[in-house]
Design a protein around this ligand. Structure first.
Ligand code: FA5
Length: 353
């Protein structure tokens, strides 16, 4: 065979590789793939097969030079074909068996926050900006933290105002303390002070329970958000300032409020902060019991006996606490005229938020 033969064959092999790379870049389906395989590796007319077949006519020297190159290109083509084949298989699995990627998403079915949570998180943001901690507390609470630590001993008539569900836990638990479903988030006051000490500012949102007759504004399960601020020289002026920031932040409109004396054994003095009913505009309806006003934010200056239970020196420190009716606030903010809708789980109602 003439000496220029190996140069020509080398050029042919390089062209085959180039053409193959070009062809494979346009492959769209498995049929294209089969045709390419035939074109280069087909037994009868495959371009590379013909070269390999011709190797036998070369001299030993030429075989040594062209043989390995031809085999290398053959392996390269086989490998590329295999990779492409696997890609097609994966695509078929994904489209036909597992998931239809083209199926339109039904936006209606996406979940969202419950209105209680929306308002709770808005409030938390307001209080965080005022430097308050956000704390969670137990719903199954001890009689001590729910009543005694709050200056409400066992025989105190104030217990009648917050009848609740006691848990039957057999014998009396540690410290003669029964467990109950907490009636208010005030149960967190002494817990928080014992844990963090003073000065302290924090809010405690959470679920409360009471054994009582249900109507448009009373549930047996509802949410409150307690607030507590203890420091040196805290007065009623600080309490009123914080209440104003809270109400403006949440309603984003002027709301009429009234402050009147209120009795709670754990504050002295104590107040009831009412807002004018936003359902009827103050005219009177079933939500405000025809009075035009709704009890929303009882509050007051923390009683020295509560501070004593928390190990805080009431001669040096004072402060205020409030117990916001979170569920009632949600009703006012969204114009909901029956509290029972909020726990109903009725999607026709919940989807509106
Ligand atoms: C208390 O629970 C006191 N712990 C509040 C407090 C805290 C006073 C700190 C002083 C200092 P009261 O029982 O009034 O107070 O409840 C507070 C608020 O929770 C009410 O104004 C009302 O908005 C809401 N609330 C009370 N009972 C129910 C109920 N059954 N259903 C829905 N909301 C209720």
């Amino acid at each position: 065979m003439p000496s220029g033969t190996s140069t020509i064959m080398r050029a042919k092999l390089e062209k085959i590789q180039q053409d193959f790379l070009n062809d494979i870049s346009f492959v769209k389906n498995e049929i294209d793939l089969i045709n390419i395989e035939k074109k280069y590796l087909g037994r009868k007319q495959g371009q590379l097969t013909e070269i390999l077949r011709g190797l036998k006519d070369l001299s030993v020297e030429q075989k040594k030079e062209i043989g390995p190159l031809a085999n290398q290109i053959k392996q390269f083509i086989e490998k590329e074909l295999e990779i492409k084949q696997q890609e097609f298989k994966n695509k078929i699995n994904l489209n036909q068996k597992d998931v239809d990627l083209t199926y339109p998403i039904d936006k209606e079915k996406l979940g969202h926050w419950h209105p209680n949570s929306i308002v709770q998180y808005e409030l938390e943001d307001i209080f965080k900006s005022l430097g308050f901690k956000i704390l969670d507390g137990p719903e199954l609470e001890s009689e001590f933290f729910n009543f005694e630590a709050l200056n409400i001993p066992a025989d105190h008539p104030a217990r009648d105002m917050q009848d609740t569900f006691f848990v039957d836990n057999g014998d009396k638990v540690k410290n003669d303390n029964r467990l109950l479903l907490r009636t208010h988030t005030s149960a967190m006051q002494v817990r928080a002070l014992k844990k963090y000490g003073v000065p302290f500012r924090g809010v405690f949102p959470g679920r409360c329970f009471r054994y009582e007759a249900m109507d448009a504004s009373h549930e047996n399960t509802f949410y409150q958000m307690e607030g507590l601020m203890i420091d040196k020289n805290i007065s009623i002026a600080n309490l009123i300032a914080v209440m104003k920031v809270l109400l403006q932040g949440i309603f984003k409109q002027e709301v009429k409020i009234r402050l009147r004396p209120g009795y709670f054994p754990f504050v002295e003095p104590g107040f009831e902060l009412d807002i004018q009913c936003l359902i009827c505009g103050g005219k009177g309806c079933s939500v405000c019991k025809q009075s035009g006003w709704l009890e929303l934010l009882p509050c007051g200056m923390v009683h020295p006996n509560v501070l004593k239970h928390a190990g805080v020196d009431s001669k040096k420190y004072s402060g205020f606490a409030f117990g916001l009716g979170l569920t009632r606030l949600v009703m006012m903010k969204y114009g909901i005229d029956d509290i029972r809708l909020l726990n109903s789980g009725d999607l026709r109602f919940l989807k509106q938020f």
